[in-house]
Design a protein around this ligand. Structure first.
Ligand code: PA5
Length: 436
């Protein structure tokens, strides 16, 4: 198999999915021609081709940071963090100490204290990522860590190891980077945060972790070409968008569980939840994206999924071939009774768990969509990313929402700024404090 594969036959019928084909075709045209909602945020559509000229420079910067810094702290939140974290976790050895650390994705004082303590006396670099350049969480972490780095290394050496990824002209991060002469990469205006993993936002931290960004982009470009040319029945993104809307709009399935049987995919699900939640959850509509790691969560959420309220469907990401082989040993005494598994690969046990779970959940009324990845590597992850992005654009249009804005994210920020007496929020401050 050269591409990831999508199937829906354990969830719904071909005729039900086919009913959405005209609406899917219209959505595809709107994306292609820029005639749909949010059409000023479609730069991600051709990013796998457009980003090629920047790859060599990104790799050079990554090489410098890898060679000169013991640790590299990626600062960012939401779309400015999750994509890189997802790919790096998917490709990393689970037990090897990572050169990459993350900050700015929370405001936990203990988290930041412990990070600063850990970085004391270490040579470290910073990648500060914020499209707006004004998001509080990363801005706060950046000031703390930049100050620490300057104190530890002196300004000149510190500034060599600080890279900023932000808007070309606007925002506090751009102003600071220009004033201090820091190296920068641009997030194009027409690429929203959650669609930015194939831009420098994702590619620099992925390259810094030592992974092959060329192969990632190769995979994404292959999926881009497939999704742009394939007929409905052969187009995985079109089918996924249609199938999940059959389940949501016609069968009342309000929650989609992204399921994996490989713990390395945990953060792929976190990235996917942001992509779909922030894109579709608006106008009081949208499938609620949730995720589980199996078989781990079969021992916590399995009961609900099997027997609880029937408002769920599952989308399973199945990795067909593990990267390593572990054969289960024979034991002469067989005290644990597991000799029936002797000589089998651990993955065979996992695959039977996967199949057994699929049958049980389908029998229990949980439709099951499936995405098969031949292997877990950069190439297929690149395909997976583009597949989910384009399907998200189509699906948002099927739902008749603007998939590319996020007005709801502002509400908490306004309240927080008012409560913290940020200049410019005087009226809101008075109003919110009167409610306390
Ligand atoms: O998808 C989005 O636009 C958001 O999740 C942003 O990525 C997130 O809020 C971070 O924004 P910024 O990159 O402006 O700091």
């Amino acid at each position: 198999m050269v591409n990831i594969n999508f199937t829906y036959n354990k969830a719904t019928s071909a005729s039900a999915v086919q009913q959405f084909a005209p609406a899917v075709a219209a959505a595809q045209q709107d994306l292609k021609n820029g005639t749909g909602l949010g059409n000023d945020f479609l730069g991600w559509l051709t990013l796998p081709a457009d980003i090629r000229p920047q790859l060599a420079d990104i790799q050079l910067t990554a090489k410098m940071l890898r060679e000169e810094c013991e640790k590299i702290v990626c600062i960012g939140i939401g779309g400015s963090y999750l994509g890189a974290k997802a790919i790096n976790e998917a490709l990393s050895n689970a037990f090897a100490e990572s050169q990459i650390l993350y900050a700015g994705q929370n405001i936990g004082e203990d988290y930041l204290y412990e990070l600063q303590e850990y970085l004391k006396d270490k040579k470290f670099g910073i990648i500060s990522i914020s499209k707006s350049g004004t998001t509080t969480e990363p801005a706060l972490a950046f000031r703390l860590l930049k100050t620490q780095l300057e104190q530890q290394e002196g300004k000149d050496a510190a500034h060599r190891h600080i890279i900023c990824i932000t808007d070309a002209k606007k925002g506090a991060l751009r102003t600071l980077a220009t004033k201090e002469g820091l190296k920068t990469y641009v997030i194009e205006d027409n690429i929203g945060g959650r669609f930015s993993v194939l831009s420098p936002v994702g590619l620099l931290p992925i390259a810094c972790a030592g992974f092959d960004i060329n192969a990632l982009i190769d995979g994404a470009e292959r999926m881009m070409n497939l999704c742009a040319t394939a007929e409905f029945e052969q187009n995985p993104a079109a089918l996924y968008a249609a199938a999940r809307n059959v389940l949501y709009q016609e069968e009342g399935k309000k929650i989609e569980l992204l399921v994996n049987f490989n713990p390395k995919l945990h953060f792929i699900a976190e990235w996917w939840k942001q992509l779909y939640g922030e894109s579709e959850g608006k106008d009081h509509k949208g499938i609620f994206p949730a995720s589980v790691d199996f078989t781990t969560d079969l021992h916590s959420m399995g009961q609900y999924i099997q027997d609880g309220e029937r408002h769920l469907f599952e989308t399973v990401i199945s990795v067909m071939k593990p990267n390593h082989e572990v054969i289960f040993p024979h034991d002469t005494e067989n005290l644990d009774g597991l000799n029936f598994l002797a000589g089998k690969r651990v993955d065979e046990v996992n695959k039977m768990a996967e199949l057994g779970t699929q049958i049980a959940h389908v029998d229990g009324g949980v439709p099951n969509l499936k995405i098969e990845m031949p292997e877990l590597n950069e190439f297929y992850l690149g395909q997976l990313i583009y597949f989910f992005e384009i399907a998200c654009g189509i699906s948002g249009y099927l739902l008749k929402v603007n998939p590319f804005n996020q007005p709801g994210v502002e509400a908490y920020k306004k309240n927080m700024f008012a409560l913290l007496d940020k200049p410019g929020y005087e009226a809101e401050s008075k109003a919110i404090k009167a409610r306390l």
